[in-house]
Design a protein around this ligand. Sequence first.
Ligand code: SR1
Ligand code: MG
Length: 399
Amino acid sequence: MSQYRTFTAADAVEYAKQFGGVDDPSALVSAEEIGDGNLNLVFKIYDNQGVSRVVVKQALPYVRCVGESWPLTLDRARLEAQTLVEHYKHCPQHTVHVTHYDADLAVMVMEDLSSHRIWRGELVKGAYYPQAASQLGEYLAQTLFHTSDFILHPHKKKAEVARFINPEMCEITEDLFFNDPYIDHERNKYPAALQSLVESLRSDDALRIAVAGLKHRFFADAEALLHGDIHSGSIFVADGSLKAIDAEFGYFGPIGFDVGTALGNLLINYCCLPGLLAPREAAEARERRLSDVHQVWSIFESRFLELAAAKTSDVALAYPGYAAAFLRKVWSDTIGYCGTELIRRTVGMSHVADFKLIGDDAMRTECIRSCITLGRTLILAANHIDDVDGLIARIRQAG
Ligand code: SR1
Ligand code: MG
C-alpha cells in the first residue's frame, strides 16, 4: 500500500495514458473530477478533441462525504473492480466494463459512459426508460444466479466467498441499514415533524425483530456475489441500455438484498414524485414506477428459474421445484430489504435526490413520511405478501 497517493487530475491523465487501453494515448490531455458519490474520486479523461474517452476511479482512504474522521479501507477498490469484472463475465450488456485495476493505488480504469445518464437523475425528472426495469431484472438474475451454489462447484464457491470477504464495507451497511434508523444515533437526519413517527419505529417490537432477522441474514446467508449497493444512483441508463457501476460493497450475501435495494429505490421515487412533478405527471410517473417494480421482479424471477432449469449443476438443488422454493425465500427477503432501504435513506444519513430536490418543506416532509410508512409496512408484511401483484396492491393501499 506504500505506493498509494491521492490522484490529481494530471495524475489521472498520466495513468490513463499508460493503462487506459486507448489506441492513441498521447491524445489524452485533460481530466475532470466528476465524483458526486459518497466515497471516491472519479475522473473523466478527455482527448485533444474534448471527447471523454475513459474513466479513472480512485478510492480515497476515508469516506469522502464525511472526511478523514471516517477512515475506510482502500481494499474496496479491489473488491469493486473484481465484483464488476465477475458480473461483466455473466452480464456484459448491463455491467460497466472495467479494463484495468491496481490494488496498490486503489485505482481502476473503466469504459466511459458519457452517452448514459445516472438513472436517479432521470427518475426525479420524470424521464422514462421503458426497458430499464426489465434490463435491471436481467442483470440481477444473471449475476446472482451465476455466482450462486446453483452453478458454482462447492470448492469454487467457498474460494469465491473468501475472495470477496468485505468486512469494512459490510459494516457500513450493517450499521446504516439495520442499526442507526432504529436507535437514537447522531448520524440520523430527518425532519423534526417526523420525530414521533421515528420514535415509534424504535419501540415497535415486531419491526425490530424483523429488522434483526434481515440483519442476521445479511451477516450469514452467503447466497451469491451481490453488487451490494444497487440503487438508482449506481445505474447508468440510455435509450435501450442499462449499466451497473459502483460495486465496492460487493460480497457474498442474501440475493434478496440486491433485489430489495433496487426495488426500494424505485419506491423511494414513487413516494417522492408528488413533490417533484405536477399532479397529473406525478400520477402517471407513479404508475410507471409500479410497473417498473413489477417488471424488475418478474424478469428476475423468470430468468432465474430458466437458468436454474437449464444450468443447475448440484444434484440436490436441481430437483424439480427446489429453485422455485428457494425464490420464495428470496421474495420475502426482497420485500424486507426493500423496506429497510426506504427507511435508511430517509431516517439515516444517506439521503437521496428524490426528496432532497423537493423545494416545499411541508411536501418534502410528507414524501419522507410516505417512505418511512411504506418501509415499515413492507418489513412487517414481508412474509405475508404472496407475489408481485400482492406487493403492488399493498403499495397502493399504503397511499
Ligand atoms: C458512508 S457511505 C453511505 C452510503 O453511500 C453509499 O453509496 C452506500 O449506499 C452507503 O450506504
Ligand atoms: Mg456507490
